[in-house]
Design a binder for this molecule. Structure first.
Ligand code: PRP
Length: 183
């Protein structure tokens, strides 16, 4: 689908521009799935989605990974209804899966300041996984302190407030099939 700036899903809000179209995302997710499949020849793979933003990416991505895996989720939140991070990351819901000895692939929709990833990786490392890697659809490359930068990145993201394909503003626009910046 080609993205339109006049879209009934936008509740009258104007988009500044479409950053990544539905077709671009679909193609890149397919490539990420192939890269991830090749990167894990052995062992137990647990795909851990960081909710809510990654819910669409996880469902598309796991269907492009051609090896056994399990899926679980964490809910963390930092932005509330604001357009800038609150600076505090809260674990709202913890994964139920056992992580010990497994390869963990954390799936994130976007890396902005990197605070969310830092906090989550610190917590997960204490559970003695075999490895932890990150797949992020979008990376703004703003973080200078990330010890664990994403190994799998969909797109380098512009430093704009992006919505769609899981990303929200005040919980709206997550269901857009493309990624756009707001006015
Ligand atoms: C957003 C986004 C990332 C995080 C990135 O989540 O989904 O998880 O912020 O920002 P950071 O790199 O500055 O930490 P948010 O806290 O808005 O929750 P959500 O996933 O429910 O949208």
């Amino acid at each position: 689908m080609s993205a339109s700036l006049v879209d009934p899903r936008l509740q009258g809000r104007a988009l500044k521009r479409v950053a990544f179209t539905t077709d671009q995302i679909r193609g890149r997710v397919r490539e990420l799935g192939a890269d991830i499949s090749a990167a894990y020849p052995d062992g137990d793979l647990l795909v851990l989605g960081l909710l809510k933003g990654s819910f669409i990416l996880v469902s598309d991505l796991v269907r492009e990974i051609s090896r056994p895996l399990q899926v679980d989720f964490l809910v963390v939140s930092s932005y509330g209804n604001d357009m800038v991070s609150s600076g505090t990351v809260r674990m709202v819901y913890d994964a139920q899966a056992v992580l010990k000895g497994k390869h963990i692939l954390l799936v994130e929709d976007i890396v902005d300041s990197g605070r969310t990833l830092s906090m989550v990786i610190t917590v997960l490392q204490e559970r003695e996984p075999a490895s932890i890697e990150v797949c992020a659809l979008l990376d703004k490359h703003l973080s200078t302190f990330l010890e664990h930068p994403p190994r799998f990145v969909g797109f380098d993201a512009p430093n704009e407030f992006l919505v769609g394909y899981g990303l929200d503003h005040a919980e709206n626009f997550r269901h857009l099939p493309y990624i756009a910046s707001l006015q």
